[in-house]
Each structure stands twice: as structure tokens, then as C-alpha cells.
Design a protein around this ligand. Structure first.
Ligand code: GTP
Ligand code: MG
Length: 728
């Protein structure tokens, strides 16, 4: 089972103990992700698991800011996990790789990738508060990936702990398959014992937790324990025909038979076992780890990952190496750390692996098993294991690395679309380039943080999952990368057009010594839409149609007769019009959907030139525009919000208060879907309130639809603002 025993050289934490690092085979590796709402106790549980297994000589705490998992300064400052952290523990001949994820939904991206590569999700619930917001969103990913799931009811030592109500809530939220494997005795401040329904024994813990004493179930508990045990046996039997027959024959199943049934049930998403814990008092973690060892499936027992064509790939421990990169992390003094799961074969130091996404061969110089920031070097990692390496220049999250004989691209993790955006600038102009490089680095490690350069509005936009997500990014830029940055409201790319036709003329004349300038033009402008190109009342000698890069069209008609304007000046007039169209008269926004007909004018035999007609064209256009009932247009987005039914009313009134039009309602997999059309300006404001109304329980998707007129009072406000700014 165990091959090779390189010595672990932990990079110096006063807490971690030096013990030989073993390489485990695929049957003895269990990958779990600790997931759940904020502050349920995931990080404390991870710390306790490492301590119980003898890998730590003392436990760190959140309060003392010294847990192995929450090692980033921002996590210490906030008292929350912000990053998913890889850890491992060894428990009775098995290695358990643990990914401790953050509970706040701002960091959902970290949760999604951890859930994707784990083989069992351990959903931690807080016995004080029951099933909290945030759990639902996480569950949607656990359920989508059909990951075997264990529920841990933690904080049973808390004075307000309520096991039964938490269990009931879990059942109503996650279904009847939520099945107790244990129940607590003396929950609350005196919590000290657990009745185990699989082994039908009671574990009694010393005052400071740790190793329990096994004692018979007390007489007053036998009835409840027997009843729950029988329910568990039935649930275990339901998952296998042979077990069912055995159960009918014997009326019971032994522990090993139950383990088989429970494992099958977990793999089919038909049983979600429930465990009792106090991570803080070190009660119950050993039994949980024992269950993960003995019952939770290993990676090789689970269906293998799929490739980009949705075909299951072959996970063969003796086949070529296939590594799936699920996370990258840039540590300022270390460089890029690449986290991967070995899906097939094994990876060893010195191997060369091909990355089909970048077509680059990467050499694996070092391999590590991670415990927070501590890197434990190892020679090789086998199928099913999770590890990390350094210095892979051309490999990022969602890439696959292949050994000789393999050319697989694993189906990428789909990260959610951003829910909120801000514009960002470096306070110091000289940091501009550094800011853009740093932001793309941060995006590489956090695909849910998106950077867009908005050429039109000349602004850099930062898009993320929530205000906290963006605030943490700002904190990092300032504290880790030492750059002062400022967030601002994103500028909206309005458009300008006209609603009726108007005529105007302009004479440009300059005669101040030297060569003079002269050009005079008469134009008519008309709105155009849907194939209607306007109706000039003159003969059109030449018609030019321009598809504008910012959307919409310009139709330019040359209706000059009798040579009043020489044809070589016509392009200059058009250029003048185009120049004004890039900086519209109302708000400086792009102008669209206008037909311009030049029908008269004058030339001067000496003073007329290109520049004169360009200016005349521009000024005549500006003049006509103001008389043509100018209209400001704004971008409208199609918005889709998926949420639990209870939130429908609140979401609807929020949308309606934001100038949105509800276009449809639907239900999808137990969730309600509202479709609406919302102006972008309102969407920026409402994404913050929508998140707070839905407490992060909604999935919001928005895509650009079209430009529509803004209401008159808003148009007045925006044009007044522009005029004042301009005059200033
Ligand atoms: N009483 C009690 N408190 C606990 C227990 N487990 C954790 N806590 C406390 O709960 C708080 C949150 O614990 P964490 O371990 O940071 O919880 P978390 O789920 O990792 O939090 P996030 O990663 O921020 O979502 C800390 O103050 C812990 O000391 C427990 O079993 N009992
Ligand atoms: Mg945490």
C-alpha cells in the first residue's frame, strides 16, 4: 500500500511536526472539501483533524490567527477564510487531502474548484444557527457535480446548540437522504459524548476532547439509538440488492455490510451521512476521519472526469499521467504555485508533461503536498492524489497536463459570471502598467475576478462576486503589491440620436492675415432606423453608408448640384460630421442612426480648403442636432435571476424600483427564475441591493440587449451634468 518514505521537510512552522512523508496509492487517498456557510467552523475542524492525526503539536485558533489553513494576512485581519487552502492529514493508513474553503459567497470560486476535485464534500453546519444562507448556493454546486456529501453538525458545545433542529432544517433543505450516523449526548456547554449508530457504541470524551473512551450505550438511550440504527440499516440496504436480501434474511446488517451500502448510497447521492462535532473542543473528528477512511469513496471509485467533449476519460493508475490544474496561487516571494489533481497515472519529479491548451511542455521540477503555506516535498504522486508544483510558466487553472501517450483536455470548471463591477484606477499614474499586470495575475488565480478594459469609456473595470470580493482585491493591491488604487462608479456608455429631422447651415470664415479659410454648408439631418434611410428632398448624387464601430449607422448623402461645393470637399464635410458623432452634443457620447444630406453651400476661389469644410460640417451638424429633438439612449441588459421562491416578492420590487421591466417568470429545478430588462446604470446600483436582499442565495446573469431611450428627467440631469463639467 505504501511506497517510498521521503522525509518531510516542512518549511518551518512551530506547530507542524516533522514526520516521514509517505506516498499513498490510489486506494488509500481520500479527497475532501470542507464547505459550508460562513464561520460554521471549517478551518477550526481542519486544524483539529491535523492535530488529532498527530501532525500538529498544538492547535492554532482563529482568534490567535495561527491556524495552518488561514495563513494569509487578509484572513487574519478579517477573521474569515478568503482562499481555499490545501492541507492533508494521515489517519490509520489513509491520507486525507483536505481543501478548506471560505464560507462567504463572495469567494464562491474557491469553493467551486474545491468541490470539483474532491471526492467527498463535507458540509459543515453550525448547530447554533442551523442551515444558514450561503449553504444553498454551495449545495447547488455539490449537487451539480453529484459529489458524495457528509454533513457535520458542528459547535455542539455551544450553549444554544440544537442538533435536532439543525438536522430537521438540513432535511428540509437538502432532502430526506440526510441520515444521522450519530447523535450527541449533553449538547451545549457540557457536550461530551456521541452515540454512534453504525457501531452502536457511545464515545465519551475527556474534558479537553481528544481520544474518546468507548462505552456501551446507556440504558436510557437504547430505544432512540435502536430506532435510529434500524433506520440507518434500512437506508444502507436500499442501495444494493444483495444487501436487501441479506437484510430480509437476517433482519439486520453487520458494520461492514452497512459500510458497503452507505458507500453506495453516498456515491448515488442517496445517503448524506450526518456526524456530530465540536471542532473547537476536539470532539468527534477522529470518528469522522475513520468514516472517511473506511466508507467515503476514493477517487478511483468515483466516475472519472470528462473531457471537453463530455466523454468520460480513463482514470488508469498504470496509464499515462493526466493532471488537472484546479487552482493557481501567486505568493509574492515564491512565485506561481500550481495545484493539481492526478486523474490518471502518476507524476514524478523531473517528468515532462504537455499542456495541450498552450502547446507547451512543462518540466515538473518539484512536487509538494501542501499544508497551508508549508510545502512538503515529495518525489511522486499517484492517481487520485492532490499536490502542487512551482514555476509552471505556461499553465493555468483549468489546464490539463499530459504524460507521453496522452492528449486530454479535461472539461473546464465553469465559474459563475460576475455580479458586481467597479472602475479602478491607480492613484499614482506611474503605477498604471503595474496595476494592469497585477490585475491579470490576480485573475489567473481567481477566475471569478474579471478585468475588462473599456476602450470606449477609457476605464478599467473590475468585475467580481460581491463588494467584499472587490474590497479584498483592493486590500491585496495596497498591502501585498503596495499600490494605492481608487474605485469609482463605472461610467455608462450612453448613445445619442435624434427623433425628428432638422436643417442647419454654417459658414466658417477666417481672414486674419495670410491665407484665409472659407467653407459654408447646408445640411438636413434625419433619424434612421430599420431600413428607413430618411427622405432627402434633393437628388442624391452620392450615398455613403457607414456601419459605426459603436453600433448603428450613418448615411451620408451628397445632394450638391451645380458645383456649389467642389466634390473634393465632400469627404471633409463628412469627416467633420463623423468627428462630432464621436463626441455627441448632449453628453459627449457616441451618436448613431442619423442620415445627413448636404444640399447647398458656398466656396471661395482661394480660401476654401479641407479644414474649412470639416469645421463647417461639424458645426452645421451640431446646430441641426440640437433642433432635431435629441435623444439620449442607454444600454439595456437582459437579466435573469434564479432564486428560492421565498425571495421572489422582494427581488421583484427591487427590480421594479430600478426601472426594470419584468419579461418573464419560470421555475427551474426547484428555483424560481425572474427575467427582466434593466438599464445598465440601474444594474450597477441594484446588484449590491439584490445581493443583500437575496443574501447571496441568488444566481444573477446579465447580458447586453440593446440601446433604448432614457426617460426625459434623466436625460435632463445627464445633459446638465455634462454641460456643467464642460463649462468648468
Ligand atoms: N463553540 C464553538 N465554536 C467554534 C467551533 N468551531 C469553530 N468555532 C468558532 O467559530 C468561529 C469560526 O470558525 P472558523 O473555523 O473560522 O469557521 P469557518 O467555517 O472556517 O469560517 P469561514 O472560513 O470564514 O467561513 C471561530 O471563532 C471559532 O473559534 C466549535 O466547535 N464550537
Ligand atoms: Mg475558514
Amino acid at each position: 500500500m505504501i511506497s517510498g518514505t521521503p522525509i518531510r521537510k516542512s518549511n518551518c512552522s512551530n506547530l507542524l511536526i516533522y514526520i516521514p512523508m509517505k506516498a499513498y496509492d490510489e486506494k488509500h487517498i481520500k479527497n475532501i472539501a470542507l464547505v459550508g456557510g460562513a464561520k460554521t467552523g471549517k478551518t477550526t475542524l481542519a486544524e483539529t483533524m491535523l492535530f488529532e492525526a498527530g501532525l500538529l503539536n498544538r492547535r492554532g485558533t482563529i482568534e490567535d490567527k495561527n491556524t495552518i489553513s488561514d495563513y494569509h494576512d487578509i484572513e487574519h485581519e478579517r477573521g474569515n477564510s478568503v482562499y481555499a487552502t490545501s492541507l492533508h492529514t494521515e489517519w490509520r493508513d489513509y491520507k486525507i487531502n483536505i481543501i478548506d474553503t471560505p464560507g462567504l459567497d463572495d469567494f464562491i470560486g474557491e469553493v467551486i474548484s474545491a468541490v470539483r476535485v474532491c471526492d467527498t464534500a463535507v458540509m459543515v453546519l453550525n448547530a447554533q444557527h442551523g442551515v444558514e444562507v450561503g449553504s444553498e448556493l454551495i449545495w447547488s454546486y455539490v449537487d451539480e457535480y453529484k459529489k458524495p456529501t457528509i454533513f457535520v453538525i458542528n459547535q455542539l458545545d455551544h450553549e444554544y446548540a440544537n442538533f435536532q433542529s439543525t438536522l430537521d432544517q438540513a432535511r428540509s433543505q437538502f432532502g430526506k437522504h440526510v441520515t444521522p450516523m450519530q447523535y450527541p449526548i449533553n449538547q451545549g456547554t457540557g457536550f461530551n459524548a456521541i452515540i454512534d449508530l453504525l457501531k452502536m457504541t457511545m464515545y465519551r470524551f475527556p474534558a479537553n476532547g481528544g481520544k474518546p473512551e468507548k462505552v456501551p450505550i446507556p440504558a436510557e438511550e437504547t430505544e432512540r439509538a435502536n430506532q435510529l440504527h434500524n433506520e440507518l440499516v434500512e437506508r444502507a440496504a436500499e442501495n444494493d440488492e444483495k444487501l436487501m436480501e441479506l437484510y430480509f434474511e437476517k433482519g439486520n446488517l453487520d458494520v461492514d455490510e452497512m459500510r458497503i451500502g452507505i458507500k453506495k448510497g453516498m456515491m448515488n447521492h442517496d445517503i448524506f451521512p450526518v456526524f456530530c462535532l465540536s471542532a473547537k473542543k476536539d470532539i468527534g473528528s477522529g470518528r469522522l476521519m475513520g468514516f472517511i477512511d473506511n466508507v467515503a469513496p476514493s477517487s478511483i471509485e468515483m466516475p472519472c472526469e470528462k473531457n471537453i467533449n463530455d466523454e468520460e476519460i480513463l482514470c488508469n493508475p498504470s496509464g499515462p499521467a493526466v493532471l488537472f490544474v484546479f487552482k493557481t496561487l501567486i505568493e509574492p516571494h515564491l512565485g506561481k504555485l500550481t495545484f493539481f489533481k492526478v486523474l490518471s497515472g502518476e507524476v514524478a519529479v523531473g517528468m515532462e508533461l504537455n499542456n495541450p491548451a498552450t502547446n507547451v511542455t512543462e518540466r515538473i521540477g518539484q512536487l509538494f503536498i501542501m499544508d497551508g503555506k508549508n510545502r512538503n516535498p515529495i518525489d511522486r504522486l499517484k492517481t487520485g492524489d492532490i499536490g502542487s508544483t512551482l514555476k509552471l510558466k505556461n499553465t493555468g487553472t483549468n489546464h490539463t497536463l499530459n504524460g507521453k501517450g496522452s492528449d486530454i483536455k479535461v472539461k473546464p470548471i465553469e465559474f459563475p459570471l460576475p455580479r458586481i463591477r467597479t472602475s479602478i484606477i491607480a492613484k499614482n499614474k506611474s503605477d498604471d502598467e503595474k496595476l494592469s499586470e497585477t490585475l491579470s495575475e490576480i485573475h489567473m488565480e481567481d477566475p471569478t475576478l474579471i478585468i475588462e478594459y473599456d476602450r470606449e469609456m477609457k476605464q478599467v473595470l473590475l468585475l467580481g462576486q460581491g463588494e467584499l470580493h472587490l474590497a479584498v482585491t483592493k486590500w491585496r493591491l495596497e498591502h501585498v503589491y503596495k499600490m494605492e488604487v481608487e474605485f469609482n462608479k463605472p461610467r455608462i456608455p450612453y448613445r445619442e440620436t435624434i427623433l425628428k429631422s432638422a436643417n442647419a447651415s454654417y459658414k466658417h470664415k477666417k481672414q486674419s492675415g495670410g491665407a484665409g479659410q472659407f467653407g459654408e454648408v447646408y445640411i438636413k439631418i434625419e433619424p434612421i432606423h430599420n431600413g428607413n434611410d430618411g427622405k432627402p428632398e434633393w437628388t442624391v448624387r452620392d450615398k455613403e453608408e457607414v456601419k459605426l464601430p459603436w453600433g448603428g449607422r450613418l448615411v451620408f448623402n451628397n445632394c450638391i448640384t451645380g458645383g456649389v461645393i467642389d466634390s473634393r470637399f465632400i469627404p471633409s464635410i463628412m469627416k467633420g460630421v463623423m468627428d462630432k458623432m464621436t463626441e455627441g452634443p448632449l453628453t459627449g457620447s457616441y451618436v448613431r442612426d442619423i442620415a445627413v444630406s448636404v444640399y447647398d453651400g458656398k466656396m471661395h476661389p482661394v480660401d476654401s480648403n479641407d479644414i474649412s469644410f470639416k469645421i463647417a460640417g461639424m458645426m452645421a451638424f451640431k446646430e441641426a442636432f440640437h433642433q432635431a429633438q435629441p435623444q439620449l439612449l442607454e444600454p439595456i441588459y437582459d437579466v435573469e435571476i434564479e432564486m428560492p421562491e421565498a425571495l421572489m416578492g422582494d427581488v421583484m420590487s427591487e427590480l421594479q424600483s430600478r426601472r426594470s421591466v419584468i419579461t418573464g417568470m419560470d421555475s427551474r429545478g426547484g428555483y424560481q427564475v425572474i427575467k427582466a430588462r434593466t438599464p445598465l446604470a440601474e444594474l450597477d446600483k441594484s446588484s449590491v441591493s439584490l445581493r443583500s436582499i437575496t443574501q447571496g442565495r441568488a444566481k444573477i446573469k446579465s447580458t447586453f440587449s440593446e440601446y433604448l431611450p432614457v426617460p426625459p428627467e434623466l436625460q435632463k440631469k445627464l445633459t446638465d451634468e455634462y454641460r456643467q463639467e464642460h463649462e468648468a
